[in-house]
Design a protein. Structure first.
Length: 363
């Protein structure tokens, strides 16, 4: 397997960028750094639904989780198209188009993923040069349930390339950085769902009144990412081309609890190490969020089978929010907003505001 689901989502390798970008004009491959594992790496970031909840999705069942084990109980096919917009305060304005196709297979679920990223050219904080980025990825994830309570999964990206180009102000290209995952990169995941309302129920009585106590549904998830990235730096007329390889090992653990039939709380925590010839980092990232489905029909539209949803969360202390609408049984649209999405790459491009929208259907 070449490439990897190296979703150190937004935080892991992105933390390295703060180091790499300060050396963008040095002789070495560091120029490729801002294209790897950052907020620009949308295929590694959460789906639009989970992005509104702080990106905490390691313990969510189904296609919205970045945990491949979450596909283990998939029961129907799904197609989702999404568009993401990143507006960096001091860097390129980036756009990405993404497609996710999921389908039940061999007692589990298979998901194919692909995206294309491009940007305009804008003055960045990298020595005052103008910068633009692009990338393309194709990947897969597969999860299979072992029994009613445990599922395992893995994921990878056979094709994963991204580039950053620097230009003299208003002039020609002066340098180029290219990053690509190598053979051995992979993501492994596990998901456990504890017995919930249907499996655990207790009758009790207070005075003359009888009550039924029910245990809320709880899910626990974990992933491990092993990433091998090859960086290449090309400097026109200044330095010879250079290469470097860095390695990332990142753990994510988290949980999701259904507080009620319409309210879910999610949280996860990521930590790990990133090291290479010019890199030493120990990324950390707490994320959490809340999702509330609104009861009843959608106002004056009075549509049957319509469920509006509101979401709020935090990732690394930054606010996230979102909303969704499920209608006509098989259609759903989602929106997410993330404040400070580029915090980890602020030395290169400044912070960013992210807006994302998606539409999906099941079959």
């Amino acid at each position: 397997m070449r490439g990897g689901w190296k979703a150190v989502p937004i935080v892991s390798v992105a933390t390295v960028i703060c180091v790499l970008c300060t050396m963008a004009y040095a002789q070495g491959p560091e120029l490729a750094g801002p294209t790897r594992g950052t907020a620009l790496h949308l295929a590694y970031s959460p789906r639009v639904r989970s992005a509104g909840m702080g990106g905490a999705s390691v313990a969510i069942e189904g296609t919205d989780s970045f945990n491949p084990a979450a596909l283990g109980w998939l029961k129907e096919g799904e197609v989702e198209l999404s568009f993401n917009d990143y507006d960096f305060r001091n860097g390129p304005h980036a756009y990405a188009w993404r497609t996710d196709v999921s389908y039940p297979l061999l007692g589990g679920g298979l998901q194919l993923k692909g995206f294309f990223l491009d940007s305009d050219r804008s003055v960045s904080k990298m020595g005052g040069a103008e910068a633009d980025v692009w990338g393309r990825e194709f990947g897969f994830a597969y999860g299979r349930h072992i029994n009613d309570y445990i599922s395992m999964g893995m994921a990878g990206f056979p094709s994963d390339i991204s580039e950053l180009r620097l230009h003299a102000p208003g002039g020609d290209e002066v340098a180029e950085g290219r990053g690509e995952s190598k053979l051995g990169s992979a993501r492994l995941g596990a998901l456990v769902r504890l017995p919930g309302n249907k499996e655990w129920r207790k009758e009790t009585r207070v005075g003359t009144r009888a009550f039924t106590l029910e245990m809320p549904t709880i899910r626990l998830g974990a992933t491990f990412d092993h990433i091998i990235d090859r960086l290449k730096g090309r400097y026109h007329g200044a330095f010879p081309d250079a290469h470097d390889t860095y390695y990332a090992n990142v753990w994510t653990i988290g949980g999701a609890i259904d507080l009620t039939e319409t309210t879910m709380f999610v949280a996860d925590y990521k930590w790990g190490t990133v090291h290479g010839e010019n890199v030493r980092a120990h990324p950390r990232s707490p994320n959490f969020g809340l999702e509330k489905k609104l009861a009843g029909k959608l106002g004056p539209l009075n549509l049957d089978n319509t469920t509006p949803t509101l979401r709020i969360g935090s990732t690394r202390g930054n606010l996230t929010a979102g909303a969704g609408l499920k209608f006509l049984k098989r259609w759903e649209v989602n929106y997410a907003y993330v404040d400070g999405a580029g915090e980890d790459v602020r030395k290169a491009f400044g912070e960013a505001t992210m807006h994302a929208v998606s539409v999906r259907t099941t079959f």
